[in-house]
Design a binder for this molecule. Sequence first.
Ligand code: ATP
Length: 305
Amino acid sequence: MHADPAVEVTGLVKRYGDKTAVDGLDLAIARGTVTAVLGPNGAGKTTTIETCEGYRRPDAGAVRVLGLDPVAQAGQLKPRIGVMLQSGGVYAGARALEMLHHTAKLYANPLPVGPLAERLGLDSCGRTPYRRLSGGQQQRLALAMAVVGRPELVFLDEPTAGLDPQARRATWELVTELRAAGVTVVLTTHQMDEAEQLADDVAIIDRGRVIAQGSPDLLRGSDAQLRFDGPAGLDLAGLRKVLPDAAAVAEPAPGSYRVEAALDAALLAAVTGWCAEVGVMPDKLAVQRRSLEDVFLDLTGRELR
Ligand code: ATP
């Protein structure tokens, strides 16, 4: 694998008038990985990605994509990257397949257009003008246009927003295949399951900065909640004695027990061992780790922006 990152953003600042959309953002994306960029509405995700794509100039800081400056070296960079925008950049009267053929011609070694259109379900609407495509069809066309040039790096802005389950699945499969082929994928999404399913690495952006980055597993941490039912009023002080100090034990409703702690096999053994000792069969024993959504809400708050 390449030592230098596919994308390297350092101290990026981007303002719109007196609004600071990106506020000293640092981000490194390794080659050959899928990175999901998450963040509340207005956090600065699209602005950051569009700066990486060369559509916006930084007010301060530096951006390098495949080692190149996306604005000054756009001519060298554009043939090596694929870009899926949320909207726009498309002539409304052009027909879907014509546009895909046209985009393919801009690249030296494009994918065959027919099979790509077929797998994204674009063959049936290939002669439809862009403005008459449904929202989901426009999305799929934008995705096809982003990947048809066999790019080394693709930026996908909310690739599955508003797609039906079949198209969402087809998009996930395509992203998984791109990754297997060594392509670097950077995607923004509001769907935590999408990030969890696809991403090697997740970057959470809030108020124009990266506030957390790591694999979904790392971000979710090892803390878990263990639940079981039993007779009401068990001796929780006794249970606490067999658990690590940091564990929290509670009976939120009579006969319903919760243990919050770093989860490992020893913790499970301690809880079930204690149950055996006091002669209780733990009913509905379940272990639940924090989800990526829990982590996201804990880090970025629960209020609307
Ligand atoms: P979303 O999840 O809603 O797509 P985002 O994280 O992609 O949000 P950005 O689109 O980067 O956020 O916007 C960051 C901030 O910059 C927002 O407050 C937005 O209102 C503002 N902004 C974005 N584009 C412009 C623009 N062209 N002119 C003025 N303000 C803008």
